[in-house]
Design a protein around this ligand. Structure first.
Ligand SMILES: *[C@@H]1O[C@H](CO)[C@@H](O)[C@H](O)[C@H]1NC(C)=O
Ligand SMILES: *[C@@H]1O[C@H](CO)[C@@H](O)[C@H](O)[C@H]1NC(C)=O
Ligand SMILES: *[C@@H]1O[C@H](CO)[C@@H](O)[C@H](O)[C@H]1NC(C)=O
Length: 467
């Protein structure tokens, strides 16, 4: 794995001598401060900045988000002194009383972000005497196209999810024009170039539902319209993941750069193995363990947690459960009864676990980062998607790549969970899924090798951003 320690050594000249001059270059990095957006953008920028020590990077985000990414007191990144961070306003009105709606801070941020970024960027350009030569932004920031043009700079948006969800945003108007509610309940979107397997029920929110005119829906729609203006669109994926979609995106953008999987191409901070997961896995048989994680945002509702716990207990497979909720919501006595069968931990070193030969299947929310972790780990998946691109990823896993299974009606019931667990762990079908994901894993590893497509794309990206 590409760790931050390795990055530090690299920067201090242990690995390569930097080849880029770039005293005149000034790169603005505009992060979306919610969910798992800012961290991968920073990883990408650290990798670029390490190769271009004379280029200055200004990282803009809210003070709350910056405090998490840059824990020290300095306004320099602790690993790379050529990255400085600056706070922009969070968009909350003064004396704001929160309504309790978790989306409210995001909406208020979105409503004010364009002007808030511009103000601080102008101040930083004036204070440093260096105009920005490139804007590297979260892909959400559709206004990057005009802002870059106005500043006579390049625009390089990063899409942190997968290519197929990006395609649905690029083709939002096409989908809205061709979607017929009565016809498309079960029928595939055979009109969608590159992705005829898609169904209405797989779509991310805000493409065809009621919220399309809200701030978030408007942002996504404008993003799809503006991305073709970008100098290059970077994405945490690899060329061979699904060629039809990749080719479709390439036909829409000036340049599409698959530079992932980030877990292999950008510096990662190590999650400490506080609960001894790896030592425990070392004692399990190969392909015997179920790994469970629903990501850092959602906890399934109590009746689904109960169903999953009962299914695990009845099937008897060893398990590691990265459990972010309140253990009280698990059935009475479950933790005690499964003490030797499984491990329930608050935080787990996910990638290290997925690479372990004892893991047989991963039960996942199907967020894109987790899907990539499983691909690189060679572990088939069972999907319990919740929101955003997760249903779409689940559809790809089951219907296109055939490296995962869904649950009946997409939710965890005891019976359905037991069926898919047994099917992936102990049947020919499970073996075929494993063989398929190992092929995909191989092509991901090839992509990041010297002269692999992601490696070459990364060099192109570094050139564009720093020259
Ligand atoms: C920065 O940009 C402004 C506005 O385009 C321009 O007037 C100014 O000369 C530029 N400054 C430098 C140092 O290039
Ligand atoms: C388990 O898998 C590892 C890695 O693939 C392999 O080296 C080892 O021989 C396997 N052990 C058994 C008992 O098959
Ligand atoms: C990568 O490509 C270059 C130029 O084609 C070649 O000289 C080099 O040997 C290749 N390296 C590897 C590891 O394949």
């Amino acid at each position: 794995m590409f760790t931050l320690t390795r990055l530090r050594n690299w920067y201090s000249g242990v690995k390569v001598a930097p080849v880029i001059n770039g005293e005149k270059q000034h790169v603005a990095v505009l992060a979306f401060p919610f969910g798992t957006h800012a961290a991968p953008l920073l990883s990408l920028v650290r990798r670029i900045a390490a190769e271009a020590p004379n280029v200055q990077f200004a990282f803009f985000s809210t003070s709350q988000a910056n405090a998490k990414l840059f824990p020290g007191s300095s306004n320099h990144d602790e690993f790379l002194p050529n990255i400085k961070h600056y706070n922009i306003q969070d968009g909350l009105p003064e004396n704001h009383v929160p309504s309790g709606n978790p989306l409210e801070p995001i909406i208020l941020f979105i409503n004010a972000m364009q002007i808030n970024y511009k103000n601080v960027m102008d101040a930083v350009a004036a204070a440093t005497g260096k105009n920005f030569t490139c804007l590297v932004t979260d892909a959400f920031f559709w206004f990057g196209a005009d802002l870059a043009e106005e500043m006579n700079a390049k625009w390089v948006p990063l899409w942190t999810a997968g290519p197929h969800s990006l395609l649905t945003h690029v083709y939002t108007d096409l989908i809205r024009d061709n979607y017929v509610k009565e016809d498309h309940v079960e029928k595939n979107f055979d009109f969608l170039p590159g992705f005829p397997e898609l169904r209405a029920c797989d779509l991310p929110e805000m493409i065809i539902d009621d919220d399309i005119k809200g701030p978030f829906g408007t942002m996504l729609h404008k993003m799809g319209l503006q991305l073709p203006r970008a100098t290059a669109v970077a994405i945490n994926s690899f060329d061979t993941v699904h060629k039809p979609i990749g080719n479709e995106l390439k036909s829409r953008f000036k340049l599409l750069l698959n530079v992932g999987p980030f877990i292999l191409t950008t510096p990662q901070s190590m999650v400490p193995d506080e609960h001894g997961c790896i030592a425990w896995l070392n004692q399990q048989e190969n392909l015997s363990v179920v790994y469970i994680s629903f990501g850092s945002i959602v906890v399934p509702p109590p009746h689904e947690l109960t169903a999953l716990a009962e299914a695990l207990e009845e099937c008897g497979f060893p398990f590691i459960w990265a459990f972010r909720g309140n253990p009280e919501s698990l059935p009475n006595g479950f933790v005690e009864r499964t003490k030797t069968q499984g491990k329930i931990v608050a935080w787990a070193p996910q990638f290290e676990i997925l690479k372990h030969p004892s893991i047989g299947v991963c039960l996942t929310h199907s967020g894109w980062n987790s899907v990539l972790d499983c691909i690189v780990g060679g572990v088939p998946m069972i999907s319990r998607p919740f929101f955003g691109d997760q249903r779409l990823n689940a559809r790809m896993l089951e219907g296109v790549w055939e490296i995962g299974l869904g649950l009946d009606n997409g939710v965890l019931t005891k019976e359905s969970t037991m069926n898919v667990l047994k099917s992936t762990m102990s049947t020919e079908k499970g073996k075929i899924m494993r063989d398929k994901i190992l092929k995909l894993k191989e092509s991901a590893l090839e992509a990041v090798e010297t002269n692999g497509t992601s490696a070459i794309n990364f060099n192109t990206l570094i050139q564009i951003v720093t020259s």
